[in-house]
Design a protein around this ligand. Sequence first.
Ligand code: ATP
Ligand code: MG
Length: 140
Amino acid sequence: MAIERTLAIIKPDAVGRGLAGDIIKRIEGAGLRVRAMRLMRLGRAQAEAFYEVHKARPFYGSLCEYMSSGPVVVIALEADGAIARWRELMGATDPVKAAPGTIRKEFGMNVEQNATHGSDAPETAAREVAFFFSSLDIVA
Ligand code: ATP
Ligand code: MG
């Protein structure tokens, strides 16, 4: 594996229920290194731009509404194989289908309000980290 960066988002449902600390604890416990982190609220237009790849999906409007409904925590993670390792820790998109012990299984509400986001490939990770962080924000 190679050292990778990936973007994690603790979504509004999880921040709103006070789960950010628990989720960051799992991230650190799994050996994923936090390189940048910010609490923020996405505007509707920012959520739409971030999820542009899902524009044609039926859930796009609802997803953007939800992602701009309350604060999120955006995190740049770094580790050997960080992209796949973070997605494994999150579990499947739908909490009902996620493996036991995963973040989405334990904390997700439903297929939309599923607690966390993770980049799915090196190209999307680079785009998504750069969407939220400048190179000056990333702690070496
Ligand atoms: P993410 O990109 O947030 O890490 P993912 O890669 O597992 O999740 P995607 O297919 O990229 O899943 O979907 C992006 C997000 O859109 C999901 O995390 C979820 O919040 C929402 N979503 C996905 N499928 C549905 C659906 N069928 N109905 C409602 N919302 C959905
Ligand atoms: Mg995705």
